[in-house]
Design a protein around this ligand. Structure first.
Ligand code: TRP
Ligand code: ZN
Length: 911
């Protein structure tokens, strides 16, 4: 067994199979905080009760970085001992019910890990998920212990005028007595029981935007968005997103807001995106603050998703929570699915919905598929972990959402072809059964299946649940055979799944495959499965369950082009030996927009892989072929396709995605090939890009809707391409125009797009533009993050990016302790700029190892995320591979690593 050490003794692997119910329940918690940055006092009075269902045993409370001053049982001094970090109480009252009072202090201002209670910009915040509450007080810090909380905050009124916690404000005012001059208090009662990870408090100088709403049921609610004074003009979009979320959850799932008051608070120091604390969501400022001058369309859309996501957790996560952290995807996969559906339902038309789906799949394939193929691969419901914070992954979130989406697909019926109604029925049963409980992924899947007894899901449930237990991305191989005599077309499928750490032989998955057939001239064909009485329409859901299987369609007059996995109905890799002609047919005609986009991606990928394989000295035989370029021209000039979709089709597969298709990865070769392809498109379509820019550059008053955002995206792409072509032609017209557009832009999207066009085109005007951008936005933290990120993510032409990154870290505005700023420089370089990071001299990896070590002593969670940048080192070609191995070894050699980083690094080196 892997054993790690930290300062307080060995840490071992935690296993799902070892789950045991708690020995005690905590019914009520009464917390009193005397808030002080250096020494905050926490008085914790709890009522406990022995769990009658488990054998009598001592009480072991979790605690970290606490100074313990007093322990009283029923008001009397009690004997206790420390076992590692745990506070252990024995000889408890015989009837098993008692009051426990614990008094501790902590030092929030010294807490740089941003978990537990910490200070940011002179205000107090908490982050308790997953195991931060134990840094606030001793507790049974596990999600299946749900208690009622009463919280009193006491603090200096001038420094901390706003005092917030979960639930309802029941009392507040000045504090009386000696020593309390200038101090005030507020008492909050949360009417809902909750696990400790949903506890939150906030104290500081904050202002808020308020909105009163009446729900469908006639109840009144107060919505508030709290920000620092000066940020009020950036709160409208978050509030609108929150109101839309409330409406959507009632309309789609019948789930109302169960609180009188719902608060969102923004902080600029935050490890993740946001946190769903009951009634008091705490957000990274990046996912709250927006106005047209400072935020891009992508920011607006992320805010909508994250506000929705945290709000939807109120039911999926808070009302029904996780029994243990192995069940994390119970709340995260489901809630990502819900936020994806929310954003889709807010789209005005089918094309915008498809764009959202393509964007979500792109995230899955560029981030989750590599995770599933690397050393950190784990099932959606993991079997073990060392540090739970390392398991807030794209597998738990994004693949987990795909698993929920497949359930919806598998409860579809003829009068509910998308499965939406069946799935909503399943959700209703899930709440009827489990509201107020801490449950498992099995409980969820069972409820969805039981509510749809005639569905494929109900029939296949035990096998379906392999999606929870088996890691790795299944590979689906398909071949097609047309029988002219029989006028039939047969698709043969076989599935397999590569070994992942700890799992070698895998059982077949249930794979829902949405299919269509398109004629060579592009018409959608009627699909009639052999032996069925009638055609099923122009698409068909094939549910694969065996290692290999086939399906035959009849009454087919010519060899069709199969459109397989429409809408990406399952998170699998699909192999089909399409000819270029077939892909061009799908690109031009597939009624399914996802597969239309996918056909273009396959064509581009094919060219990229050929070019990479071709010897380095080829003379123009590689790159994009004319047919592809003409197809791209048609898409760009298409009279009815919308701009957002065009932008997606014209975006080449990312370097990371291309790398995943190769067994041995030479990142510089991939970068060079992709850049050459980009340049080729820029020159070959020069006139079309000009047309596209002119046709999409003016969009009237700024609105962040999908339609105008798509137009801005396409105009931005056109500008990038025009600047790139200009570089090759040594022409300065377009860079000049771009600089002008940068200066005159009426919104951040156009401004940032113009700036990055200059940067990615490597044009000299990028330098004055960057300087101007900095001076214009020097007081806007989130815009400065963009300024840093654009430079750290810039296209490398001769190795200049790494020295620039080192210089950025010496910039007076750089702050390693602030996660957003650290990410904007270090992650933008190490994780998002492969062409600059993978240097033949290994200096990028050296930089990475220094930063991992440096960050680990400040913030282990952030350090561990950075540590994952070299997850896929084993695929690298020499000299990268050895250099990466050395850099990982340097990190591994440190004796003082956190468990977080140690787990990631030891997995990377395993075997
Ligand atoms: N539950 C949060 C979410 O929905 C995730 C989160 C926020 C988190 N802060 C965290 C997870 C800190 C681990 C540590 O997405
Ligand atoms: Zn979440």
């Amino acid at each position: 067994m892997l054993q790690l050490r930290d300062a307080e003794g060995p840490t071992t692997v935690i296993r799902r199979a070892d789950y045991a119910a708690p020995a005690y329940w905590i019914d009520t918690v009464n917390l009193t905080f005397d808030l002080d940055p250096l020494k905050t006092r926490v008085l914790n009075k709890m009522t406990l009760r022995r769990n009658p269902d488990v054998a009598a045993q001592c009480l072991k409370l979790d605690g970290e970085e606490l100074n313990l001053a007093r322990v009283l049982v029923n008001g009397q001094g009690a004997s206790f001992k420390m076992e590692g970090k745990q506070l252990v109480l024995d000889n408890l009252p015989a009837d098993g019910t008692f009051e426990l009072e614990i008094f501790t202090t902590c030092a929030p201002v010294k807490n740089t890990s941003l978990t537990g209670l910490y200070v940011s910009n002179d205000s107090f915040f908490t982050q308790c998920e997953a195991e931060g509450f134990r840094r606030i007080t001793y507790f049974l810090d596990r999600p299946d212990v749900m208690a009622s909380y009463t919280v009193t905050l006491r603090a200096d009124k001038r420094k901390y005028p706003v005092l917030l916690s979960n639930g309802n404000l029941v009392a507040s005012g000045a504090l009386a007595g000696v020593g309390n001059e200038g101090r005030h208090f507020a008492t909050w009662v949360d009417p809902h029981k909750k696990p400790s990870y949903l506890f939150a408090l906030v104290a500081g100088q904050l202002v808020c935007r308020e909105q009163r709403i009446t729900s469908r049921g006639g109840k009144d609610h107060l919505l508030q968005v709290y920000v620092r004074p000066g940020d009020m003009d950036k709160t409208e979009h978050a509030m609108n997103s929150l109101m839309a979320s409330v409406v959507w959850d009632e309309a789609r799932f019948g789930l109302p807001l169960d609180l009188e008051r719902f608060m969102i608070v923004a902080t600029s120091d935050f490890n993740m995106g946001a946190m769903e604390n009951k009634g008091l969501n705490i957000f990274n400022t990046k996912y709250v603050l927006a106005n047209q001058a400072t935020a891009t369309d992508a920011d607006y859309s992320n805010i909508e998703s994250v506000v929705g996501h945290e709000y939807f957790h109120n039911w999926t996560g808070n009302r029904i929570t996780c029994r243990d952290w192995f069940q994390l995807s119970l709340k995260e996969g489901l809630t990502v699915f819900r936020d994806q559906e929310f954003s889709m339902d807010l789209c005005a038309d089918a094309s915008a919905r498809a764009v959202k789906r393509i964007e979500d799949v792109r995230v899955l394939r560029t981030a989750q598929f590599p995770e599933d193929a690397g050393p950190m691969a784990h099932p959606v419901r993991p079997d073990s972990y060392i540090e739970i914070n390392n398991f807030y992954t794209v597998t738990i979130y994004e693949k987990g959402a795909e698993v929920v989406r497949m359930m919806q697909t598998l409860v579809a019926s003829s009068n509910d072809p998308m499965g939406r109604e069946g799935f909503a029925k399943g959700m209703t049963l899930y709440f009827a059964r489990h509201d107020g409980q801490a449950v498992t992924c099995d409980d969820f899947a069972q409820a969805i299946a039981d509510a749809n007894p005639d569905s494929a899901l109900a029939r296949l449930l035990p096998q379906f649940k392999r999606w929870y237990s088996q890691a790795g991305t299944p590979r689906l191989q398909a071949t097609g055979h047309y029988d002219a005599a029989a006028r039939s077309y047969t698709l043969n499928f076989s599935q397999s799944c590569a070994a992942t750490p700890g799992q070698s032989d895998k059982e077949p998955f249930v794979i829902p495959v949405n299919l269509g057939l398109v004629s060579a001239s592009g018409a959608a064909l009627l699909m009639q499965v052999q032996d069925s009485a009638a055609p099923s329409g122009d698409s068909h859901l094939f549910v694969m369950t065996q290692a290999s299987e086939s399906i035959t369609f009849v009454n087919i007059d010519e060899e069709p082009v199969p459109s397989i996995l429409r809408g990406f109905t399952a998170p699998v890799l699909l192999d089909f030996d399409y000819s270029d002609t077939q892909l061009l047919t799908l690109l031009a005609n597939d009624p399914d927009p996802f597969n239309r986009w996918e056909a273009g991606q396959r064509l581009a990928l094919r060219s990229a892989i050929h070019s990479i394989a071709a010897s380095a000295d080829t003379t123009g035989a590689t790159g994009l072929n004319d047919a592809y370029i003409e197809a791209m021209r048609s898409v760009l000039r298409h009279p009815t396709l919308d701009a957002a979709f065009k932008e997606l089709v014209l975006t080449l597969p990312s370097e990371t995605y291309i790398a995943e298709q190769l067994d041995v990865v030479d990142p510089q070769r991939i970068h060079a090939v992709r850049e050459a392809m980009r340049a080729q498109l820029a020159t070959a379509l020069a006139e079309d890009w000009q047309w596209a820019f002119e046709a999409h550059k003016d969009n009237g008053a700024y609105r962040p809707d999908a339609l105008s955002a798509g137009r801005r995206a396409l105009a931005g792409m056109a500008l990038s391409q025009l600047c790139l072509a200009a570089r090759d032609n040594a022409d300065s017209v377009w860079p000049g125009k771009t600089y002008q557009r940068f200066k005159d832009a009426g919104n951040m999207t156009d401004r940032a797009n113009a700036l990055s066009a200059l940067l990615s085109g490597g044009h000299a005007l990028a330098t004055p533009a960057l300087a101007r951008f900095h001076s214009q936005f020097k007081n806007e933290e989130l815009v400065l993050d963009k300024w840093f990120a654009m430079q750290a993510g810039a296209c490398d032409r001769g190795g200049q990016v790494l020295p620039a990154v080192r210089q950025l870290m010496a910039h007076p505005d750089f702050q390693l302790r602030n996660p957003n700023r650290a990410r904007s420089v270090i992650f933008s370089y190490c994780n998002a700029n492969p062409g600059a990071f993978h240097r033949t001299d290994g200096a990028g990896y050296q930089f990475w190892s220094e930063r991992v070590i440096e960050l680990d002593s400040i913030n282990p969670q952030v350090a561990a995320r950075l540590a994952r940048a070299l997850d896929r080192w084993k695929k690298l070609a020499e000299p990268y591979r050895s250099a990466a191995r050395d850099a990982i070894g340097r990190v591994a050699g440190r004796s003082d690593l956190s468990n977080d980083v140690r787990e990631v690094i030891s997995r990377a080196l395993a075997d």
